[in-house]
Design a protein around this ligand. Structure first.
Ligand code: MCN
Length: 790
């Protein structure tokens, strides 16, 4: 790499994309304007389970300005196939997931018809005029209840509502270890359902050009090529070369913009059918009723220890609510992204996990920041605290005793994964030092004497990012490869366009990827353009999720840069009449070793490559390279987070006083962006612990269907985060970079929950299910009073 590497990589460069965003000049899907656009509004089911006896669209069609009204039958007859599932587990029961319901609806908010009109207002009025004759059917919203005999059936193809049963680890070995153990700690833990609530609501706009038979779809997607492939090849039957998907600026996704959704399928189909552009943008209330949701596990956990407080076994049985239909990657989340993380950062000699994926009459569940890994981390870290209390050992000491030592890497877990690199003890030690752990215990004791209830909570997390390699994930059921593409296109003047398969929807790729390019080629950041999100411009790419873009997408770019430099060196050597081995590339200049004045700048070599007047024999003109990087393994970031809280036991209100995070994400491209990712992630993890939770009543109505009822975190509830890092590079990619996009969310929830339980320990309260709202905490304290525990 060039001598300028130190110059930008590793520096807190301000985000290049931010001037565009903060001055309101971003182009989001809803900002794209096409003449003659018609507006779609969906008619949605108010019931969670019902048979559609009939739909009368006459009055809606008669409203002036209405262009068309379609039902599910119209789409099915018009060749629209169900949306498939992208991860097949053995024995998985798939669902007939239609863009618009045909005979039955299975969750509140499912579309039963769509109106297309010249304005959104007219379409909304017309949607009110569509009359649907529903026959109400029995409902089950809770996954544990759905497994009981006689529960209402969601899909006829899954008579017991079980979509799959999945196991990982060694059942017999774990059973034997549990029997032999000196101590077994048992708990029932609920990881509640969450709603991503990206600030930009989902939207789509489709336009069909009849002359060329081309369809263009602008859509809020984290992975436009996945959208093109699934929608084109499986749902709509459109040839890929004539179907372009553009995900322009996207205002947050957090996993909820990975799946292919009913609305974009309908919009694309209608644009072709009607021959006019058609747009749909969700109202916030619609986002609550249609965006895929996250988490929703109920788990029984048994954690076993030997007499010296060393972990002996972990057995977990989880019921995962999948909702009414299988969203695109839903089956992977409570299985391969969850069960495989149950070794945590600890040396547990026996682990066994079984999961039942269950259908209910609720919104489909798919990825939400962390997707499976927060569920695993919460389970392990909450149980470690319960164990510490039962064993009478300090929670930090119990963790320290059980961490995987650094000599054991690469570490083969009991649940299939091999951790790439790690050094866990220093991160724990640093976090304890930063928070002043010993001192805090004294302060806590003093405060308790004065009636103040302070608590401290730890979370030693591990995360798996950049899921790979394709061959392995394919053998586990993925219907996709998990490589990433990156093209480096050098223009004749030495300016560079990078075409990446990764997609940025808040992660700052335009900055971090530019840092890699500017350093490698020795050119200014302003000479680098990052192009993403347009299947018409970029090579086939897998998009952004699972904190993969730095480690996988960034590496693809890095490898293409090396190819460009290698070709440039050959060409420069030819121009300089030197042997290629004698030519070095430093600071944007090819020069002959020992004769620094004999050289060519990167721009001069670029121009020579395009003029092609003097090329080495056999060399093609041009300067461009593409790489598809398929990593050999995931990367495994880790760290320790510590929360300090105060609980007002009179009101049940928790205040987060301090938050310390020591993370190890390998080498860091941009420390400011890494901190920003952690800040956002921690805020979401704190919110799961204290405020957020999607709840359904017994009739399947979402009772947290607005921002008045669903507790998104606000800035004034969050303290200034105290962050630090250790650096353990990964051997999995040449950058040594691990992921960071989800780390904060994974780590924070158990840290805060443990802190609240620590604060409540004088009341004998050992566990309260999340979110730890004032009401729940107050009730737990009252119960303690009633039981005479305090
Ligand atoms: N980075 C770095 N050094 C590292 C690792 C990463 O400088 N060692 C930089 C990367 O170059 C990138 C950013 O940090 O600019 C995040 O990188 P990475 O961890 O690879 O994550 P992705 O870019 O793949 O983003 C996905 C991740 C996920 S899975 C969710 S969910 C999530 C998240 O990122 N959703 C987000 N962060 C989000 N941030 C915003 N603002 N909005 C979302 O929807």
């Amino acid at each position: 790499m060039a001598a300028t590497v130190e110059r930008l990589v590793g520096q807190a460069i301000k985000r290049r994309e931010d001037p565009r965003f903060i001055t309101g000049r971003g182009t989001y899907t809803d900002d794209v304007r096409l003449p003659g656009t018609q507006h779609a509004v969906f008619v949605r089911s108010p019931l969670a389970h019902a048979r559609i006896r009939g739909i009368d669209t006459t009055a809606a069609r008669a409203l002036p300005g209405v262009r068309a009204v379609f039902t599910g039958k119209d789409l099915a007859d018009g060749g629209v196939n169900p949306i498939p599932v992208g991860w097949l587990l053995p024995g998985l029961k798939t669902t007939d997931f239609r863009a618009i319901a045909v005979e039955r609806v299975r969750h509140v908010g499912e579309a039963v018809a769509v109106v297309v009109a010249e304005s959104a207002a007219i379409a909304r009025d017309a949607a009110e005029l569509v009359s649907v004759d529903f026959e109400e059917l029995p409902v089950v919203a809770d996954a544990v209840a759905a497994l009981r005999p006689g529960a209402p059936r969601v899909h006829d193809g899954a008579p017991d509502n079980r979509c799959f049963h999945w196991e990982i680890g060694d059942r017999a070995k774990t059973e034997a270890a549990l029997k032999k153990a000196a101590k077994v700690v048992r708990a029932k833990l609920v990881n509640q359902r969450l709603i991503a609530n990206a600030i930009e609501p989902r939207a789509s706009l489709a336009s069909y050009q009849g002359a060329t038979d081309e369809l263009t779809l602008w859509v809020t997607s984290q992975n436009p090529h996945v959208h093109r492939l699934i929608m084109g090849a499986f749902v709509l039957g459109l040839p890929e070369q004539r179907f372009r998907v553009i995900a322009p600026d996207v205002g947050g996704g957090f996993g909820s913009k990975i799946p292919v959704y009913p609305e974009e399928v309908a919009v694309a189909w209608m644009a072709k059918r009607l021959g006019v552009p058609v747009r749909w943008t969700a109202q916030r209330a619609e986002s609550f009723l249609t965006d895929s949701q996250g988490r929703d596990h109920v788990s029984d956990v048994e954690m076993a220890f030997d007499a010296s407080g060393k972990l002996a076994a972990l057995r977990v049985k989880t019921v995962a609510n999948l909702g009414a239909y299988l969203s695109l990657f839903a089956p992977a989340i409570p299985t391969y992204l969850y069960g495989t993380l149950l070794n945590g950062v600890y040396d547990i000699p026996a682990v066994f996990c079984e999961v039942d994926g269950v259908f209910t009459h609720t919104l489909p569940v798919d990825a939400y920041r962390g997707a499976g890994r927060p569920e695993a981390c919460y389970l392990i870290e909450r149980t470690m605290d319960l164990a510490a209390r039962e064993l009478g050992v300090d929670p930090a000491e119990l963790r320290r005793r059980n961490l995987i030592p650094k000599e054991r890497f690469p570490f083969q877990t009991q649940v299939a994964l091999t951790y790439d690199s790690g050094n866990y003890a220093p991160a724990l030690a640093r976090a304890l030092q930063l928070v002043g752990y010993e001192r805090f215990r004294t302060e806590q004791a003093e405060a308790r004497k004065k009636g103040r209830h302070l608590g401290i909570g730890l979370s030693c997390y591990i995360e798996a990012c950049g899921i790979a390699p394709s061959q392995v994930v394919g053998s586990l059921g993925a219907q996709a490869g998990l490589y990433e593409s990156g093209t480096v296109r050098v223009h004749p003047t030495g300016k560079v366009s990078v075409l990446t398969g990764s997609h940025s929807h808040g992660q700052g790729h335009e900055t971090t990827f530019s840092q890699l390019v500017a350093d490698a080629l020795g050119i200014p950041l302003t000479d680098v353009e990052i192009v993403h999100g347009d299947t018409g411009r970029i090579p086939f790419g897998m998009g952004t999720y699972g904190s993969r873009s730095g480690a996988v997408g960034g590496t693809a770019i890095f490898m293409s840069l090396q190819k460009v430099i290698d070709k440039g060196r050959l060409l420069a050597a030819h121009l300089l009449e030197a042997a290629p081995d004698d030519v070095e590339f430093l600071g944007g200049r090819f020069s002959v070793k020992g004769s620094p004045d004999r050289g060519k700048t990167f721009a001069e070599v670029s121009l020579a490559a395009y003029l092609a007047h003097k090329m080495p024999p056999g060399m093609e003109p041009g300067l461009e390279a593409t790489t598809f990087f398929d990593p050999s393994n995931f990367t495994f970031p880790f760290g320790t987070h510590i929360a300090v809280v105060e609980v007002d036991v009179e009101t049940g209100r928790t205040t987060l006083l301090r938050y310390v995070a020591v993370d190890d994400v390998g080498n860091v491209i941009n420390p400011m962006i890494v901190d920003g990712q952690l800040h956002g992630g921690i805020a979401q993890g704190v919110a799961q612990a204290l405020w957020e939770g999607a709840t359904y009543d017994e009739s399947g109505q979402l009772t947290t269907g607005s921002l008045m009822d669903y507790g998104l975190p606000r800035a004034d509830q969050i303290p200034k985060f105290e962050t630090d890092r250790t650096v353990t590079p990964t051997p999995v990619n040449p950058l040594g970079v691990k992921g960071v996009g989800e780390a904060g969310t994974i780590a924070a929830t158990p840290a805060v929950a443990n802190a609240v339980m620590d604060a409540l320990s004088p009341f004998g309260v050992t566990h309260v299910d999340l979110p730890l709202t004032p009401q729940k905490v107050w009730k737990a304290v009252q119960a303690a009073h009633a039981a005479g525990r305090r």
